[in-house]
Write a protein that binds this ligand. Structure first.
Ligand SMILES: [Zn+2]
Length: 93
């Protein structure tokens, strides 16, 4: 069995989606992780115990309120990271 933060998995999946859709957003690992960290600090974690390798439901099948909170937190974090990337013009992949 595994213990996993359901909110973290949702944020990771939505962050990937949002970054892929935003051509201006730096898609490097550092910026992606900064977005996730900022968003996760805004959201309450939700831990669940799952069988090993269990796949969570897709984002569009999740509870509407959970999805809405995740989208708001990730969008806000993307604005912060876009304005203040933690690196120079070079990208740290
Ligand atoms: Zn970057």
């Amino acid at each position: 069995m595994d213990i996993r933060n359901f909110v973290e998995e949702g944020v990771a999946s939505y962050t990937d989606e949002a970054i892929a859709e935003d051509e201006d957003f730096c898609g490097c690992t550092r910026c992606r992780l900064d977005v996730m960290a900022l968003a996760l600090n805004e959201l309450k974690p939700k831990y669940v115990v799952t069988p090993k390798g269990y796949a969570f439901a897709r984002m569009d099948q999740l509870e509407a309120q959970f999805l809405a909170d995740t989208i708001v937190a990730v969008r806000k974090a993307m604005v912060v990271v876009k304005e203040n990337p933690r690196h120079g013009p070079e990208r740290n992949r």
